[in-house]
Design a protein around this ligand. Structure first.
Ligand SMILES: [Zn+2]
Length: 369
């Protein structure tokens, strides 16, 4: 019996509304996970995350193993205790971060330079699992090999096969009964390789599946086909997590195809650049047109920022580089993204997801970019 399970509540076409049961509670899906890279979602704290309605967070194994170290976090009671977050947490395995550091990869594992002090670090599938067992999230991920796209088919296939072998090693190494280990589907944008990766990863019996290796330079159409090929081979009764996806239309497209979980730095990163997300389109508060605008970012938004502050004031904070601007805009952008997912979930329950998605697309095309 896995520590994490998923139950279907409603279906609309291929879209699914469900519930994810974890050792830290039951949460609705589709679910969006704010990214707490270093056990902190940049600019906000655990109380802010509760206030915006976040159900589940993601933290990065790669960063935490280097600073402050997984052993220290374990000694302090694990990630939940350490960051005072009582809800579910998922950690990535570090595969995606390592991939951006041009690692040396061989069958044993990956070697790369620490971003903190340049020292040589190695990470094996077994090491990624034991590190995540020390960190103590509800959901850990296998160590995968992520290939930058475009790439020759042979390279994508070779690393997809290696990811499968590493997945088996991760499963053998994983011992913590109060933690689930998810497999990761690779295969680039080649539908055959995606299908093969999904079928073979599913055969290993994981309680859930990440769809990795996307949002790395592929087109929207390519991504949609890769998701479709992956989902077709995954068991209906287990959750599917599209890694690194978080733009409005990308989320809705993946939900319509049957995705259940997401993470992305986009809402929080854009906030730190003054860009806000709204149903009427996204815009940058730096623009002169907001200088004397006394309305909230989005009159329809129930976040603490929109309830309290005007565009004019927030624009002033952004331009003066006041630190509070990062927090206030992050709160809004996270609430926007979480509300979008909540509304999509409701639409699935009502059998009206297509109309909902069309409405969002229509409203956005009327807004400024
Ligand atoms: Zn707001």
């Amino acid at each position: 019996m896995s520590a994490v399970s998923w139950t279907l509540e409603a279906r609309d076409g291929r879209a699914r509304a469900g519930w994810l049961d974890t050792p830290h509670g039951r949460i609705p899906t589709p679910a969006f996970m704010p990214v707490g890279t270093r056990a902190a979602v940049k600019a906000v704290d655990s109380r802010d995350l509760t206030a915006v309605g976040a159900d589940i967070l993601l933290a990065n194994t790669y960063h935490l193993m280097l600073r402050p170290g997984a052993d220290l976090i374990a000694r302090l009671g694990g990630l939940h205790e350490f960051m005072a977050w009582d809800g579910p947490i998922l950690t990535d395995s570090g595969g995606f971060q390592i991939f951006s550091l041009e690692p040396e990869i061989d069958e044993e594992g990956a070697r790369f330079r620490s971003v903190y002090d340049g020292s040589l670090v190695s990470l094996t599938p077994e090491g990624a699992v034991s590190t995540q067992e020390e960190l103590g999230p509800d959901i850990a991920m296998v160590l995968d090999v992520c290939v930058g796209l475009p790439a020759p088919r042979e390279v994508v296939e070779e690393e997809m096969e290696r990811t499968l072998r590493w997945a088996e090693r991760c499963l053998r190494a994983h011992t913590r009964p109060d933690q689930a280990l998810f497999g990761i589907v690779q295969g680039g944008v080649d539908s055959d390789l995606r299908a093969k990766s999904a079928a073979q990863t599913a055969a290993l019996g994981f309680p859930g599946f990440g769809i990795g290796g996307l949002s790395v330079g592929e087109g929207v159409e390519e991504r949609s086909l890769a998701l479709e090929a992956s989902f077709a081979e995954l068991p209906e009764e287990k959750p599917r997590y599209v890694m690194g996806l978080g733009d409005t239309m990308g989320l809705l497209d993946a939900i319509a195809r049957g995705a259940d979980m997401f993470d992305c730095v986009l809402p929080t990163r854009l906030a730190r650049h003054g860009k806000v997300l709204t149903r009427a389109g996204d815009f940058n508060l730096r623009n002169a047109e907001f200088e004397a605008d006394d309305t909230p970012i989005d009159p329809g938004c129930a976040c603490p920022t929109c309830a309290t502050y005007s565009r004019a004031y927030l624009r002033h904070l952004v331009r003066m580089k006041e630190l509070s601007a990062h927090r206030l805009l992050t709160i809004h952008n996270l609430r926007y993204t979480l509300d979008l997912i909540t509304d999509a979930r409701r639409a699935i329950g009502e059998g009206s997801l297509d109309e909902f998605v069309a409405g969002v697309a229509r409203n956005r095309s009327g807004g400024s970019q």
